[in-house]
Design a protein around this ligand. Structure first.
Ligand code: 99T
Length: 203
């Protein structure tokens, strides 16, 4: 039995959960509740990921895996799930996945700025700069990646949808949809997939 260090708020964990759903491996993983935090590693899976971050995946045949991109790729290969195509299509999928992960990272930095700094210590240009990364990524997806998103389902769609779900969950007061209407329509539709409905973020 594999063990996944998990929290329902994490978009990085959500990608892994969606892959487990999509590849029929849910029954092979035990979920271990973790509360990773950059300033308190008490409940972080440090033994399995020295960086103290989740997700981390314990497996039988070797040391634990991290980070989320490694885990999703491992699980897909394990089940021959087809979420990562062969090269050259792979390079597009990995770039789109990196874009989704980058949106999550920027959103998480905004969240952490609000969570760990006193209001006086928070830096508005820093928060604005992270939000600018998100909007520039969304603009690029809207302009250049809609055809890919409409194509074969895979790790790129999983990462982008998990990122958008996280932005809505933690930064819901910010409007991204009016600047990316096609992406907003795609997100509404893909959110109906059972693997997405089963993994909606929560605290
Ligand atoms: O930074 C820390 O020490 C703890 N943070 C985490 O473990 C977050 C949880 S999302 N995970 C990552 O940053 C993983 C990033 C890595 N590159 C990957 O696995 O892809 C928590 C979301 C929330 O609470 O709102």
């Amino acid at each position: 039995m594999m063990r996944l260090h998990h929290a329902a708020a994490s978009p990085f964990v959500r990608k892994v959960m969606i892959v487990l759903h999509e590849t029929g491996q849910l029954g092979e993983v035990e979920l271990v509740a973790a509360h990773a935090s950059p300033i308190d590693a008490t409940n972080a899976p440090l033994k399995h990921n020295p960086l103290g971050k989740i997700p981390a995946l314990e497996r039988e045949e070797g040391p634990a895996l991290y980070d989320s991109r490694v885990i999703t790729r491992y699980l897909d290969a394990r089940a021959d799930g087809g979420l990562y195509p062969a090269a050259p299509a792979l390079w597009d999928v990995l770039t789109l996945e990196a874009t989704g992960d980058g949106i999550m990272e920027a959103a998480l930095l905004i969240v952490y700025e609000g969570r760990f700094r006193s209001p006086e210590a928070q830096l508005a240009p820093w928060v604005d700069g992270q939000w600018a990364k998100i909007t520039s990524a969304l603009e690029m997806i809207e302009a250049s990646w809609m055809g890919h998103l409409a194509g074969p389902f895979g790790a790129g769609q999983i990462a982008i949808a998990s990122a958008l779900g996280y932005v809505d969950f933690r930064l819901g007061a910010r409007d991204w949809r009016s600047g990316a209407p096609q992406l907003a329509a795609w997100f509404a539709e893909i959110s109906e997939r059972p693997s997405f409905k089963a993994t909606v973020p929560g605290d």
